[in-house]
Design a binder for this molecule. Sequence first.
Ligand SMILES: [Fe+2]
Length: 195
Amino acid sequence: MSLKDVLLDELRDMYSAENQLVKALPKLAKGAKDAKLKALFTAHLEETKGQVERLKEVFVHLDEKPTGEHCNGMEGIVEEGKDALEKDEEGASFDCGLIGAALRTEHYEIAGYQATISMAKTLGMQDVIDLLTKNLNEEMAAAAKISEAAKPIMLESSEEPEKGKKPKSAKEKYSAQKSREDEKAAATGLRKRAS
Ligand SMILES: [Fe+2]
């Protein structure tokens, strides 16, 4: 297996990730209460469609097919976004959950483009570098705009009343159980670090 094979795997992952986002972003846009946030998600949906097209072009340059890998990472992040959409929060606090989910998707993609650009640089693939850099720049700009739009929404959310303790749903109970398992699994390593 060579660097070019690793690059192809990662690019197919990115292609799947972008396609998953084309499906997920309309849900975030529909769910967002804040008009500016809604508009940002909608604008980024259009950008994302363009990014899918650019990735197809990358594969034309590489003389390979874009399909063949499902991105589990993005599936997980989109799943977290669904949790945020299902919360029965109101107004600004609800939007804050969506902002957290959206920023996760952007930064996941930023990492993916940074890694694949480095590989393409090592391989001297200038056309591929150019196309991927356009996508990377759009992701970074999108993340910056979402972070900027988040400021007043978070301020408003900070003034909303805290919710009292409510009984947990089956999904929340499962999540709490898994979280305890994560903690337990890490415990040995953490003890080693302390000693
Ligand atoms: Fe994207």
